[in-house]
Design a protein around this ligand. Structure first.
Ligand code: UD1
Ligand code: CA
Length: 461
């Protein structure tokens, strides 16, 4: 038995009030349509066809390699949308799952259950339904006295009796593929929205004497359809709980899982502790036994084991084992922090490699630089990397000591075992074992106090 999937993703999503096409809005760091295709892949279909229209190029871009595409020129309704996939699917024996691209929470397990139920019953069409506490906006499942499914009525077409029904169409169906494409040309558009509704296929098949049915899933929240920003936030909340629950099952501790915002593809090792109000995004990987404190934001970064991140921001960077950063520091893109490195308070690092066990403790900017091992960078050091036109590079060798308040003006090379006296402005290379001092000399003038105007009102003699 061949399995096919059709994903409907051609609509604009007017109710989102957005320049971005609806199915491209993200839930926990992944577009809705990618969530849907990901769940569909779990049933191991022979082919997935995504119907694109508005924003076709962008949607095809995010699904490249995961789906075939059919193009719907005008958004004439969900029935018309499935029709556009007929070139790729019509006439083939098999079962076809149709799912809307704006339902990001479905799991593969649920879709698999629907498939199995559909095949076991020998149905021509099976709709996946759920009992919605607030069904407003969804299509309603209309059954007869014996509980047989008669048809689906859309919100805008339903009479007051029909709209009282709480069992809704989740937007997912399983069809006999050949019967689906034979029935679609019979769908009309005389309804409140003037659209060709996919939902009408059920009644068409039933009146042709085919078996149609419904598979009711126990958990409504999985079927949440996202039409506006309120539902987008609800979907994010539900997905977030799923993600954090899974991390906890795998040995990650959360001080407050409700306020830890972790994207779908993030990986976290066991015994890592995550405090509240932490954001971890993109393709970030965090090792074991790390401690990420409140207010941290980590994006597309790789964090080793035993790393402490204290209320800091890390973007597209790497921290090796046993290193630490913060509080209130910022690792900007391409900061490579070595093993056992200490980055302290109010430090900004950008495009720099920092060797093992080096310390950058306080109030420092390191940009466009290569630092060796076991270096001490004093408080308030500035790597002056920009001349107003281009960026230049600074190198500091192993075991060197940079005194507090120094400015290293790039391009400049400081050898290993070099010593820079505090408050120096370094513009020339410094050799191994040398000390560089570049600051005004101090002169002390004896008894100068008495020559100062302020000594006049000095009542202490
Ligand atoms: C649809 C169902 C409704 C169900 C709900 C579940 C119909 C007629 N209604 O309503 O019964 O309860 O989903 O979430 O099927 N699309 C296209 N081309 C079109 C129109 C829509 O590709 O011409 C796509 C949209 O991009 C979207 C999906 O189909 O991803 C659903 O369309 P939408 O307008 O959101 O339908 P609902 O009103 O939510
Ligand atoms: Ca919808």
């Amino acid at each position: 038995m061949k399995k096919f999937v059709v994903v409907l993703a051609a609509g604009k999503g007017t109710r989102m009030k957005s320049k971005l096409y609806k199915v491209l809005h993200e839930v926990c760091g992944k577009t809705m349509v990618e969530h849907v295709v990901g769940a569909a892949q779990g049933v191991q279909p022979d082919k997935i066809v995504t119907v694109v229209g508005m924003g076709a190029e962008e949607v095809e871009q995010v699904l490249k390699g995961k789906s075939d595409f059919a193009f719907q020129k005008k958004q004439l309704g969900t029935g018309d949308a499935v029709m556009t996939a007929s070139k790729k699917l019509a006439g083939q024996a098999g079962a076809t799952l149709v799912i809307t691209g704006d339902t990001p929470l479905f799991t593969s397990a649920t879709l698999q259950n629907l498939f199995e139920y559909h095949l076991k019953k020998g149905n021509a069409a099976t709709v996946l339904t759920a009992e919605a506490p607030a069904p407003l906006g969804y299509g309603r499942i209309i059954r007869d006295d014996q509980g047989n499914v008669l048809r689906i009525v859309e919100q805008k077409d339903g009479n007051s009796e029909e709209l009282k029904v709480k069992e809704i169409n989740t937007g997912v169906f399983c069809f006999d593929n050949e019967k689906l494409f034979a029935a679609l040309p019979h769908v009309g558009n005389s309804n409140a929205q003037g659209e060709y509704y996919l939902t009408d296929v059920l009644e068409i098949l039933r009146t042709q004497g085919e078996r149609v049915g419904a598979y009711k899933m126990p958990d409504f929240s999985e079927s949440l359809g996202v039409n506006d920003r309120l539902a987008l936030a609800q979907a994010t909340k539900i997905m977030q709980k799923r993600i954090n629950d899974e991390h906890m099952r795998m040995g990650v501790s959360f001080a407050d899982p409700e306020t830890a915002y972790i994207d779908t593809d993030v990986k976290i090792g066991s015994d890592t502790i995550i405090e509240g109000n932490v954001v971890i995004k993109g393709k970030t990987m965090i090792g074991s036994n790390c401690y990420i404190t409140a207010g941290s934001r980590i994006v597309d970064s790789k964090i080793g084991d035993n790393v402490t991140v204290t209320s800091s921001t890390i973007e597209q960077s790497q921290m090796d084992n046993n290193s630490d950063v913060g509080p209130n520091s910022h690792l900007r893109p391409n900061s490579l922090i070595g093993d056992g490195v200490h980055i302290g308070n109010f430090v900004e690092i950008k495009n720099a490699k920092i060797g093992a066990n080096t310390k950058v403790g306080h109030l420092t900017y390191v940009g466009d630089a290569t630092l060796g091992k076991d270096i001490n960078i004093g408080c308030g050091t500035i790597f002056a990397n920009y001349d107003g036109v281009k960026k230049d590079h600074t190198t500091v060798g192993d075991r060197s000591f940079i005194g507090s308040g120094s400015t290293l003006v790039a391009p400049v090379k400081i050898a290993d075992h070099a010593f820079i006296a505090a408050d120096s402005t370094i513009t020339k290379d410094v050799a191994r074992y040398d000390m560089a001092i570049a600051r005004g000399r101090q002169i002390n003038k004896a008894d100068y106090w008495h020559k100062l105007p302020l000594s006049q009102n000095d009542d202490w003699k």
